[in-house]
Design a protein around this ligand. Structure first.
Ligand code: WTA
Length: 658
């Protein structure tokens, strides 16, 4: 949802209608990891709060001497400390007698399974780290990872972390072009990929996209290819010697031990690219010590994770949710996790519920778009399975509508499981606004309160705090351990994007409202970023992809509210003179966007037009395009250069929906 917070009445009316509250049960509260006292304790001295947790929760090779160096907007946490993340996620658990505990129950889409204990994982990670070294990768070298949801994906990440080679995971659904852009920005020396993966019952090749991407990536020396499909992939996988190496050929023969490299707390752990308000994705930098602490502490408290829990985050590792809450947070806490390769509808909509029943999953973390998709199918799929093992449910990625919250609560949580609606971002690295189960009384649709130690405010356009009951812009007022350290190679853009709109405060790009009780309600993006199925896509990236097609003269893209995906992409396209604005062209343009960015960015609606509403200075008035896309009455058109344009577009024969 893209909203002008000053004018956010539709959402607010809807939210105000929701007055039900859900207090934690006494039984849950009595056993909860988090306590109400944590808020006051953290507020009194947030640096001391994090420092104490850092000493308790992390194994340091060398202790840190300074908790925080804050040279706004540049933070350094746990300065002087040395550690290794893979050591914290694996070796120490094995040393503590947890070697036989399951780290991942992995489930392939066709039904094949793999079980990896902490000992197995340590062994595989060590061998892979040795293989990386054999391929010429050392501390500081960047490695791009482009893989399906197979165990080799977290193994590859941890192997990089073990030797201090920052990884950049590129979501497997992104196109070859998106991959090469990221490889080039990161100047990666190695790409780790797979022959492919299973998707909706079919083998889907991945390696050809890497081959395509590598036509324009001069820094890449090798490609390490895991075998997932093998003979199931018709025509096999083309390998270019000596560049391409099969995983089994180089990893299997390596020694099973590899000393973890002691790394500075501020050593770059990874880059993750995310969409912003310009066409160029931003390489968000995360470092070692603070990130690990933020991910591990929030994971343990927000999901109330206990040693016997079976925890399942149903995101893809290619997004930040997977980084923090499938890999680093859960493994640091020695948690048993579930990892599933495929889609929720394969072979039918009972798949997730079957997995929960089979593995006695006790904590489920997923996105509202998935909940709405299940809702649309009806509760009979969940009802056919024993979900009684569930004790905490989580939501992330976009605002969860009260209806979806209540459906989740009733049909998945048996009307009693606490729900944690967690707000955070790629940039924040860790959950920032969330209920604490056992402590917080929830309201369906509200992410409630900042996590202890986190500073949040809702401000007006001048940066003034908005009184309770009011809406405005969400800002973060204090540094936090897992915060981004910047945008790779572009400190100016970092300052400009996050710290210039409201001096001294981090601007998240989201609108929010704080109700009379102080509860926070997220209202969606206020900038030119869309949120489609919980994935951030910038309007300008899609516009650039459209204009990249030779038949297009100009394009403008907006997000349209969508009952299933939160927002859907609506593109207004002006074809070049002489080009026929046909259905066939619309289909071709959609495919073009898929090729340039990835299928997730394909416009759902595409309308051909001969003109676009612009201000006298030539800026496209997206606000008006949004009104058209939503079929709403038009907002203020006084700054429009040509008042007739909008009516002409609106009276157009309508848009073609895919
Ligand atoms: C949105 C995903 C409302 C928000 C972890 C944010 C949410 C963007 C929530 C970050 C939530 C995430 N309620 N909105 N619980 N969680 N968002 O970087 O607009 O992929 O700015 O990180 O998702 O998306 P990102």
């Amino acid at each position: 949802m893209s909203v002008d917070p000053a004018n956010a009445s539709p959402e607010i009316e809807n939210l105000l209608a929701e007055t039900r509250t859900f207090a934690p049960s006494a039984a849950f509260a009595a056993q909860a990891n988090a306590t109400a006292e944590m808020y006051a304790q953290a507020d009194a001295d947030y640096e001391a709060f994090w420092a104490q947790l850092a000493r308790e929760r992390i194994d340091w090779i060398e202790p840190f001497h300074t908790t925080l160096e804050w040279d706004l907007p540049f933070a350094k946490w746990f300065v002087g400390g040395k550690l290794n993340i893979s050591e914290n996620c694996l070796d120490r658990h094995v040393r503590n007698g947890l070697g036989d505990k399951v780290a991942y129950h992995w489930i392939g889409e066709p039904g094949d399974t793999r079980t990896l204990t902490f000992s197995n994982l340590l062994r595989e990670v060590s061998k892979t780290a040795n293989a990386l070294k054999a391929l010429g990768i050392g501390t500081g070298d960047r490695v791009a990872i482009y893989m399906p949801m197979i165990p080799e994906l977290p193994i590859a990440m941890l192997a990089c972390a073990r030797i201090g080679a920052p990884h950049t995971v590129v979501f497997g659904g992104f196109s070859a072009e998106a991959l090469s852009d990221r490889i080039n920005d990161a100047e990666a020396k190695l790409v780790i990929t797979a022959d492919g993966g299973w998707r909706r019952g079919k083998p889907a090749a991945l390696k050809p996209a890497v081959d395509e991407a590598l036509k324009s990536t001069p820094t890449v020396e090798h490609v390490l290819v895991a075998r997932r499909l093998g003979d199931d992939l018709e025509g096999g996988t083309a390998m270019t010697a000596p560049r391409d190496v099969w995983w089994s050929d180089i990893v299997d023969g390596q020694a099973a031990d590899c000393a973890p490299v002691p790394l500075d707390a501020e050593h770059m752990l990874y880059l993750l690219y995310t969409s912003g308000t310009t066409a160029k994705p931003k390489g968000i930098m995360h470092t070692t010590g603070g990130y690990l602490l933020g991910a591990a502490v929030t994971h343990q408290m927000v999901f109330d994770v206990k040693p016997d829990d079976v925890y399942w985050c149903a995101a893809d590792v290619g997004w930040v949710t997977g980084h923090s809450y499938i890999v680093y947070g859960p493994l640091a806490n020695a948690t048993t996790g579930v990892m599933y390769e495929g889609t929720p509808d394969a072979p039918d909509w009972g798949r997730w519920w079957q997995i929960i029943e089979d593995y006695k999953v006790s904590i489920l973390y997923c996105a509202p778009t998935a909940i709405r998709a299940h809702m649309k199918q009806g509760p009979q799929y969940a009802a056919a399975h024993d979900l009684s093992s569930l004790r905490v449910l989580g939501s992330v990625g976009e605002p969860i509508n009260p209806e979806a919250w209540l459906w989740y609560h009733e049909h998945i949580g048996a009307g009693k499981t606490p729900i944690v609606d967690t707000w955070w971002q790629t940039e924040t690295g860790q959950i920032m606004i969330t209920p604490l189960p056992g402590v917080t009384t929830t309201k369906p649709g509200s992410a409630t309160f900042p996590f202890p130690g986190i500073g949040v405010d809702v401000v007006d356009g001048d940066g003034q705090s908005v009184p309770l009951g009011g809406g405005g812009y969400l800002v973060l007022t204090r540094p936090w351990p897992a915060m981004l350290r910047g945008i790779y190679g572009d400190p100016e853009r970092y300052k400009q994007t996050y710290w210039s709109r409201f001096p001294g405060m981090y601007f998240a790009g989201d609108g929010a409202k704080r109700d009379e009780d102080g509860y926070l309600w997220l209202l969606g993006r206020v900038d030119d970023v869309m949120n489609v199925s919980g994935h951030r896509i910038s309007t300008i990236e899609v516009e650039s992809a459209l204009v990249d097609d030779k038949q297009v003269a100009e394009a403008a893209v907006v997000g349209k509210n969508d009952p299933l995906t939160g927002q859907a992409i609506f593109a207004f396209v002006i074809p070049k003179i002489g080009v026929d604005p046909s259905e066939a062209l619309a289909a071709e343009l959609r495919e073009h966007v898929a090729k340039v960015i990835g299928p997730i960015a394909k416009p759902k609606f595409l309308m051909f037009t001969t003109d676009l509403p612009k201000t006298r200075s030539g800026k496209i008035m997206r606000r008006l395009l949004r009104d058209i896309a939503e079929g709403r009455p038009l907002g203020d058109t006084t700054t429009l250069a040509d008042g007739g344009v909008v009516e002409t577009i609106r009276s157009n024969s309508g848009s073609a929906e895919e």
